[in-house]
Design a protein around this ligand. Sequence first.
Ligand code: ATP
Ligand code: MG
Length: 515
Amino acid sequence: MLTRAPTYDALHDGFRWTLPEGLNMAVQVCDARAHATPEALAIIDLTDGARRDVTCGALYTLSRRVEATLRRRGVDRGDRVGVLLSQSPLCAAAHLAAWRMGAISVPLFKLFQGDALRTRLEDCGARIVVTDIDGAFLLSELGVAALVEADLTDPPTDAPPADTGPETPAVLIYTSGTTGKPKGALHGHRVLTGHLPGVEMSHDFLGQPGDVLWTPADWAWIGGLFDVLMPGLALGVPVVAARADKFTPETCAQVIREGRVRNVFFPPTALRMLKAADASLPGLRSVASGGEPLGAEMLAWGRDALDVTINEFYGQTECNMVASSCAALFDPRPGCIGRAVPGFDVAVIDEAGQPTTDEGAIAIRRGCASMLLEYWGNPQATAEKFRGDWLLTGDRGTIEGGYIRFVGREDDVITSAGYRIGPSEIEDCLLTHPAVATVGVVGKPDSLRTEIVKAYVVLKPGARASAETLQDWVKARLASYSYPREIAFLDALPMTVTGKVIRKDLKSMAAEEGA
Ligand code: ATP
Ligand code: MG
């Protein structure tokens, strides 16, 4: 756990990773606390309408029952165990069971249909998938073994936890697929330890008396599983499980009220929906956001409507919670993703791999606890992910006095008439227009200018604005070369299951229009 320090520098400079030789995430998250404080609250289960409190002891017993059944069904150390469940105690228990026995859990989104599921299951070669009735039906069509709650007939096992260490593979998480085919990032048992400082920081020191943590994001995403569920459990902060099928401002307010939630991780999409609905959510102590740019507009809205300073953080499936803001320690700089989290050496490097003060590649030095072991079954992609001592995030940015500014993904930076333009600044600017609900900006191939800036805009229900009005809006606020020369209006933007704009789809739309 982070030792609370009076300044960011003291916090960052005084930090060292401590990774014991023997490390098992199930023990770290659950077993130790189940033995010491079995009655302590672990999960507040709101999935069934009424509130049900799941203690550490109950979660432990459930995961031991899953483990017993997995063992009986032949699962062994190193085998891949899919977890196809929405937020629920069983979802948490399934991961814990797999980790305790030295198997590798593979989180899978409930929203995945046939093809999305098939490609991932084939890629990882899952032996069995812990799921619910709908999931079992889908899996039977794919010919993959399923384990559902009704199968848990074995008594809890008391087999000793597998002899694992920080580098032993524990979890295989697929990236969001925003830029291309999702890649399987394989992580060791150290990955949770690697997330803790960032989680604590982005919640202004999570773990204060009365803290209760929730996210509307799916627990199959790194942002749900390792930024919320597992860190909450490991730090002794109760975590709310709620149905995530449909996010609306009303259900969100209800979950916060019924779960007495004080700490939330809202991806920017969720915040944009709350803002478009003029929602207000009382009683929150901390709000963290990440996964996409938050933007100055949303930061200002958070202060106004939620009465908190939203802490933006940054990371990726391959290496997470790398940078964060922390309102308890410093004022955020609008448009910046915060400062390096203790334990992470973040730099912007040039082509030669040297740190630069210009715009360059955002890179993370090897040696932090949450860095992936490898891409599953893809040594070439693993090799390409690194340059010397640095992991290349694939994102571009600058560092200004320790604050990291996100410019855009490598392939998203728009080259127009010799200028390099980051789409996020333009998106942020368009979002400040009162008629705009959400927006995606991409480069559209252009014979004269290489690319032109094209904006796809979704207006708020009932709102109106012409392309010209929006162009003038940007021209008046940003560099004249970066205004969108073309604007198209859509009913909705293409989204990944993690709620991110699928930029590759917008780009191919733009390319087709241009052809
Ligand atoms: P894929 O790698 O399959 O294309 P993805 O990169 O979206 O998908 P994730 O690992 O879920 O998959 O997302 C990590 C990426 O999200 C980062 O590399 C970065 O581009 C973006 N991101 C995360 N946090 C922020 C943030 N605060 N601001 C801007 N972008 C962010
Ligand atoms: Mg990525």
